[in-house]
Design a protein around this ligand. Structure first.
Ligand SMILES: *Cc1c(COP(=O)(O)O)cnc(C)c1O
Length: 393
């Protein structure tokens, strides 16, 4: 593996400190490196592979579409894109969808739609956005502008203007940042990269009411916490509110690059032909993937499994917290959970990898658990066993 790794490091831009493993193939909950070593995967390609690796029905649907038609441009209609739209709108409770190639692009689209809605309503430019501290919305210039971590933003300034940051789960902080130009508030219902922080019901309800009172759009970035991960198809369905715009990606394609932003009819009607576009977004290939993913969520009872396994994972992580004093907090929802440590977690993660367990951090002190949504109790037990060994060591 070292040879491949050294060579790759000569060619790829050094934007990641990668795990020192060359992966080869996957099966269900497990990945295998090129030497045949097996790894239990609690990362799922960062909350992507909800259905596990090498799902036969999913693979067959993709193969069929490869042999039919991959791409058309968005100047034409296709049946896969119609099917994917219908199913995704039904699952999300929204009225209109625009498909993108990534999460960041879905966020870009959401920002543009909110600004255009404001422009149409107020008749002037300059709609401001309130985002949350510790939030993560992606790496493109627009998405970066509303990402709450200063060190990600600073080297790339000037970014888009008119962005304010409020404290997450603090309604007063949102209130004091609102002014006459505010066009949208964007929230991850469960913050992912920032350290697995679920929004409280009071906060979400309060922000929704505030937005309603002032005519401000509420955007939920569900790129990580959506698609069943937190126990409902979209995380907002676990609260009593509905957002005006939702962004989605990651598990939406379960391995093919696709994202989407969805909106209510009223909001979506702010866009006219020419306002937004994409060459690849929602082409027949990625749409066939989305369509099959949504079918399989139903036929394989993914949401039920998330609720059952989420409870069990929570129980086992609580036990771990009781056993080890370096674990300071346990947070999360469904199959999106985190343990916060009093020490940096990189050593534990490296040790786990040696022992055949793939884990990922969310900031320097948090281990994040975002496994494929098909996992079973025995996988949770196996993970806990390996993690305990790493902690003892
Ligand atoms: C991953 C992520 C993004 C960015 O998605 P990409 O596909 O990497 O561009 C945006 N928002 C949230 C909440 C994410 O977790």
């Amino acid at each position: 593996m070292k040879q491949y790794i050294d060579e790759a490091e000569k060619y790829l831009m050094h934007t990641y400190n990668r795990y020192q493993v060359v992966l080869d193939r996957g099966e269900g909950m497990y990945l295998y490196d090129i030497n045949g070593k097996r790894y239990l995967d609690f990362t799922a390609g960062i909350a992507v592979f909800a259905l596990g690796y090498n799902n036969e029905q999913y693979n067959d649907a993709l193969k069929k579409q490869v042999d039919t038609l991959l791409h058309t441009s968005n100047l034409f209609y296709s049946i896969p894109s119609l099917e994917a739209s219908k199913k995704l709108l039904k699952a999300s409770g929204m009225d209109r969808v625009f498909f993108t190639n990534s999460g960041a692009e879905a966020v870009e689209g959401a920002i543009k739609l909110a600004r255009k809605y404001y422009y149409m309503k107020i008749g002037k430019v300059g709609g401001e956005i309130i985002s949350m501290e510790k939030s993560f919305h992606g790496r493109t210039m627009g998405a970066l502008s509303i990402t709450g971590t200063k060190k990600y933003r600073e080297p790339f300034e000037p970014l888009i203007g008119g962005v304010r940051f409020a404290e997450f789960n603090n309604l007063d902080s949102v209130k004091i940042n609102i002014n006459d130009n505010t066009c949208a508030v964007i929230i991850e219902p469960v913050q992912g990269e920032g350290g697995i922080y679920p929004a409280t019901k009071e906060f979400i309800n309060g922000v929704r009411k505030l937005c309603d009172d002032k005519g401000i759009l509420l955007i939920f970035d569900e790129i990580q916490c959506g698609m069943g991960r937190t126990g409902s198809m979209f995380s907002y369905q676990g609260y009593d509110v509905k957002p005006d715009i939702i962004t989605c990606a990651k598990a939406l394609g379960c391995g093919v690059p696709v994202g989407a932003f969805l909106a209510t009819q009223d909001v979506a009607s702010a866009f006219e032909p020419g306002d937004h576009g994409t060459t690849y977004g929602g082409n027949p290939f990625t749409a066939a993937a989305v369509s099959k993913v949504l079918d399989l969520y139903e036929s394989e009872n993914i949401i039920d499994n998330v609720n059952k396994m989420g409870q069990y994972l929570s129980l086992r992580l609580d036990e771990l917290k009781k056993r080890y004093s370096i674990i300071t907090e346990h947070r999360g929802k469904g199959l999106m959970q985190g343990l916060e440590f009093s020490i940096p977690v990189s050593g534990i993660i490296t040790k786990a990898l040696e022992k055949g367990l793939i884990l990922i951090s969310a900031g320097p002190h948090v281990i994040r658990f975002v496994p494929p949504l098909i996992l079973e109790e025995k996988h949770i037990d196996e993970m806990i066993e390996i993690l305990s060994q790493c902690m003892d060591a």
